[in-house]
Design a binder for this molecule. Structure first.
Ligand code: MG
Length: 259
């Protein structure tokens, strides 16, 4: 005769359940995340380079000085000849007879500081009043124009990406006073076929006020027609000699920091 177990069915169920619970408890023993401490989200290298700021917007210690009031040795004509614009009293003035000038050095990503002045005796209206411009990598114009009480098409106003994106505000100083541009630019990256993988981007401040906030540049800044995408490498900063008959504008204190 089969010996009857002295363990009741109820007891077996209890033992089985306890084992099962134990197993489940064991499976749920995952490592707990370590307690966060302040140091766990801090990193210390690489340390940013120490840079001495300029006094009154003079060039900081790591900038390439493009004009310090003395000469145009950092500039040339598009044909590679010496720049002929007129240097006087620490500034230089556009010479419309001799055309655009450009930096001898070519750049990719940068922070550019440039000061410019519409002459007090400015004449003309619309685009024919103190027109010049800063071309980034030789292709993309940030407009310079006397927009102090002078209306024009908004995507051709001072601080526009010319014929593309108007400035956020008009922060012009009067003719005779100095305006300051600080321009931060990142060069495009191209696909094999010459299209932008990443377009150029530009941030522009005039007199410390934001005009372009990381604006995507769509292509070349054409006077007639739409932007063109042209595959290119490093390029110069070009200052525009515009053909309008108004008195020429002046520049001073130009420096650039490569990024
Ligand atoms: Mg222009």
């Amino acid at each position: 005769m089969k010996k009857k177990s002295f363990i009741s069915k109820a007891l077996w169920a209890t033992i089985a359940c306890a084992a099962c619970t134990g197993l489940n408890a064991q499976q749920k023993e995952y490592p707990k995340p370590e307690q966060m401490r302040p140091g766990m989200s801090e990193y210390w290298t690489p340390q940013p380079e120490v840079v001495t700021p300029g006094v009154a917007q003079a060039a900081p210690s790591d900038a390439i000085v493009l004009f310090d009031g003395k000469d145009l040795s950092a500039w040339e004509t598009p044909k590679g000849e010496p720049a002929q614009w007129t240097v006087h009293e620490g500034v230089f003035t556009v010479d419309k007879k001799t055309g655009d000038i450009q930096t001898r050095q070519k750049f990719e990503n940068f922070q550019l500081h440039i000061e410019w002045q519409i002459p007090e005796q400015i004449t003309g209206r619309g685009q024919a009043r103190g027109n010049s411009g800063v071309y980034l990598q030789g292709l993309y114009e940030i407009q310079i124009l006397d927009c102090y009480n002078n209306e024009t098409y908004v995507n051709g106003q001072t601080g526009s990406v010319y014929k593309q994106t108007p400035p956020l505000v008009n922060v012009m100083r009067k003719p005779g006073e100095w305006n300051v541009y600080d321009i931060i630019y990142s060069a495009p990256i191209f696909k094999e076929d010459g299209a932008y993988r990443i377009p150029p981007y530009v941030t522009v401040l005039q007199n410390g006020v934001l005009l372009q906030n990381h604006t995507a540049i769509l292509g070349t800044t054409e006077y007639i027609g739409f932007p063109r995408v042209v595959k290119h490498g490093p390029g110069p900063i070009i200052l525009q000699s515009h053909g309008d008959p108004s008195p020429p504008i002046s520049f001073r204190n130009i420096w650039i920091r490569e990024l």
